[in-house]
Design a protein around this ligand. Structure first.
Ligand code: 5SP
Length: 233
């Protein structure tokens, strides 16, 4: 028994959802689950195929990305997860994928506009895309800087990571988060679906109108309002 068994299991179960939901190919992507009391998180080992994952080979690292328990190398995105856990104290789990449609929007460096109520059920804003890294950021540690690309984008736009639990990193791919690793995976699946719908919408009608603000708010509050199941869970 290890005191990290609970987050190992949570991270393992959430990682295993990614291939089941068609959000990753081969060893793309990674999920982590945090234990804030211990100041550590469990994350997928780098380069390990999903079929070879187990709770035991999840790597336990601290918020400086130092390995606390585990023999394998932690995900190459570990520093990005660590930056977000350090600065956003409400999140319990983080997911990074290279899911096709969300990654295509990230590579196009465009926010995903709200075209319909599916999107508005989860987000009352466009899905933000952080601008690509500056030259000086590229000189630094790439994964560490990716975390600050995300933080800076939210700060500059004045949006809350409690309301918006997903985003695209320009020229890279999506990151999502949530109160638990399972919720973060749910958000990754919603993001991929909304990204596909938005692309098809623009292909069918390049002048497709955005959803009206009044409808955006109505739908978002219906799903996230204080008396809704999703809002309380
Ligand atoms: O973003 C990337 C590669 O661009 C990574 O997320 C890989 O997709 C997975 O790397 P590991 O977690 O296996 O190190």
């Amino acid at each position: 028994m290890s005191k990290y068994d609970e987050i190992r299991q949570a991270a393992y179960e959430a990682n295993m959802q990614l291939p089941k939901l068609g959000l990753v190919l081969f060893t793309f992507g990674n999920v982590s689950a945090v234990d804030r009391q211990e100041g550590v998180f469990a994350i997928k080992p780098s380069g390990v195929p999903y079929e070879d994952l187990s709770p035991d080979n999840m790597v336990i690292v601290d918020f400086e990305s130092t390995i606390v328990e585990g023999s394998l190398r932690p995900s190459s995105d570990t520093k990005t997860h660590a930056v977000l856990y350090k600065h956003w104290e409400h999140i319990g789990g983080i997911v990074h994928t290279h899911s096709t449609y969300a990654t295509a929007w990230a590579q196009s460096q465009r926010d995903i506009p709200i075209y319909g109520t599916t999107h508005a059920d989860y987000l009352a804003t466009d899905i933000p895309c952080a601008p690509p890294m500056s030259d000086e950021m590229i000189e630094g540690n790439y994964e560490y800087q990716t975390g600050f690309q995300i933080l800076n984008c939210f700060q500059e736009r004045g949006i809350s990571p409690k309301e918006v639990e997903m985003m695209l990193v320009g020229n890279h791919a999506p990151f999502t988060w949530g109160k638990t690793a399972a919720k973060a995976v749910h958000n990754s699946a919603v993001l991929e679906t909304v990204a596909q719908m938005a692309l098809l919408t623009e292909q069918i009608n390049p002048q497709a109108p955005r959803l009206k603000d009044a409808l955006i708010n109505k739908h978002y509050l219906r799903k996230h309002g204080p008396d809704s199941y999703y809002g309380q869970s």
